[in-house]
Design a protein around this ligand. Structure first.
Ligand SMILES: Nc1ncnc2c1ncn2[C@@H]1O[C@H](COP(=O)(O)OP(=O)(O)OP(=O)(O)O)[C@@H](O)[C@H]1O
Length: 311
C-alpha cells in the first residue's frame, strides 16, 4: 500500500517564486524515504503540504489514500511532524511537562496520559532526564523530545524535517537508530536531509530534488548511478608509462595520479573497458572498479547547478 503520494504537485508563491513544480513520487507503507536536495529545492514546502499546513497551487497529494486538501482533518490525524530547532518546545518546562501538555491537547488525561508519556519518554531515551528543564537539554535531546511530541498521537506516518541538523555525530547516530526503530514498528518515515551519509544509513529509498522537481528516486546506490554514469577505477602497481598514458587521455578524468604507481580515475561507457584492458595488459592486478557514492553524485549535481561546494 502507498503511504504518501504526490502527483504533479505544484506550489507557487506570490511574486512568482516556484517551490514545487509538478513534483510526483510515491512512498510505500513502512519505508524510510529521504528527500535530498540543495537549499531551496522545495523539501520543506513538500513537508508542509503533506502535513496540511500549506495548500498546493496545483496537482494533488495524499497520505494513506486521503487527499491532503479535501480530507485535511483525516490526514492531520495520521501524520506526525517533527520540524527541527527550538520551535515548539517549552524551555522552562521539563520534558515530562512538555509531553503532558501535548498529550492533553490530544485529548488524553489521567492514567492514560501518564502511561502514554512514560512510554514516549522511554521510547526516545529521555526517561532519565524527564524531570529536567528543557532549556538545559542538548540539541540532540531537544530533537528527541520533538520526536516524542510527533509520536503523541501514535501516527502511522512521520515527517521529519532535517531531524539531525546541528547535532554532534553521536547524537545524530542515536537519532538514526531511533528512526530505524520507527520503521521496525511499521511506520512510514519521510525525512529531509542534506546529509548523504545519513540518507545512505537510514533510508530505504531517496528522492533527489532539484528546483521543486524530482531528479531521481530509488535506493541510495541506484540514485547515485542515475545522477552519474561515471565508473570509478582505482589501481595500484601501475607502471609509470601507463600512468602517463592514462593521464594524457582527454576522456579519462584523473582524480589522483600523483602517487607514483597509484591512480584513481573516472571514465564512462566504452572508455571504461579500454582503461581496464590497458591496466590488465600492463600486468596490474590491484584494481577496483565501482560507482561514485551518493555523496559524490550529490556534490556533482550541486556543482552542475553552479553551486559552490566547500570541498
Ligand atoms: N513563504 C514563502 N514565500 C515565498 N517563497 C517561498 C516561501 N517558502 C519557500 N519559498 C521559496 O520556495 C523555494 C523552496 O523552499 P523550501 O524551503 O521548500 O526549500 P528546501 O529544499 O526546504 O530548502 P532548505 O534546504 O534551505 O530548507 C525557495 O526558493 C524558497 O525561497
Amino acid at each position: 500500500m502507498i503511504a504518501v503520494s504526490a502527483s504533479g504537485l505544484t506550489r507557487t508563491f506570490q511574486g512568482g517564486g516556484q517551490a514545487l513544480e509538478r513534483f510526483t513520487f510515491e512512498v510505500p507503507r513502512g519505508e524510510v524515504h529521504g528527500l535530498l536536495g540543495p537549499n531551496g529545492a522545495g523539501k520543506t514546502t513538500l513537508c508542509r503540504i503533506l502535513s496540511t499546513v500549506l495548500l498546493p497551487t496545483g496537482g494533488s497529494a495524499s497520505v494513506l489514500g486521503r487527499d491532503v486538501v479535501r480530507d485535511a482533518a483525516h490526514v492531520r490525524r495520521s501524520v506526525g511532524v517533527v520540524f527541527g530547532g527550538d520551535r515548539g518546545v517549552y524551555g522552562r518546562l521539563t520534558a515530562r511537562q512538555n509531553l503532558n501538555f501535548w498529550a492533553a491537547l490530544h485529548g488524553l488525561s489521567g492514567r492514560a496520559l501518564r502511561e502514554r508519556v512514560a512510554v514516549l519518554l522511554e521510547r526516545t531515551g529521555l526517561t532519565g532526564r524527564a524531570d529536567e528543564r528543557v532549556d538545559h537539554f542538548s540539541r540532540g535531546m531537544k530533537q528527541r523530545l520533538h520526536l516524542a511530541r510527533g509520536l503523541v498521537a501514535d501516527p502511522p506516518v512521520l515527517i521529519l524535517d532535517e531531524p539531525t541538523a546541528g547535532m554532534d555525530p553521536i547524537a545524530a547516530h542515536e537519532f538514526r537508530d531511533l528512526v530505524a526503530q520507527l520503521r521496525d514498528d511499521g511506520r512510514t518515515v519521510l525525512l529531509t536531509t542534506h546529509d548523504t551519509a545519513e540518507a545512505e544509513a537510514v533510508c530505504d529509498r531517496v528522492t533527489l530534488m532539484r528546483r521543486g522537481a524530482v531528479l531521481a528516486t530509488g535506493s541510495p546506490s541506484s540514485v547515485a548511478g542515475l545522477v552519474t554514469s561515471q565508473d570509478r577505477i582505482s589501481a595500484s602497481g601501475v607502471p609509470a608509462a601507463v600512468v602517463a598514458e592514462l593521464v594524457a587521455r582527454p576522456e579519462v578524468v584523473v582524480l589522483d595520479g600523483s602517487g607514483g604507481d597509484r591512480v584513481e580515475l573516472e571514465t564512462s561507457g566504452d572508455t571504461t573497458g579500454e582503461v581496464l584492458h590497458l591496466l590488465v595488459d600492463a600486468g596490474v592486478t590491484r584494481l577496483v572498479r565501482g560507482r561514485p557514492s551518493l555523496e559524490e553524485a550529490y556534490l556533482r549535481l550541486l556543482r552542475r547547478q553552479g553551486m559552490a561546494v566547500d570541498r
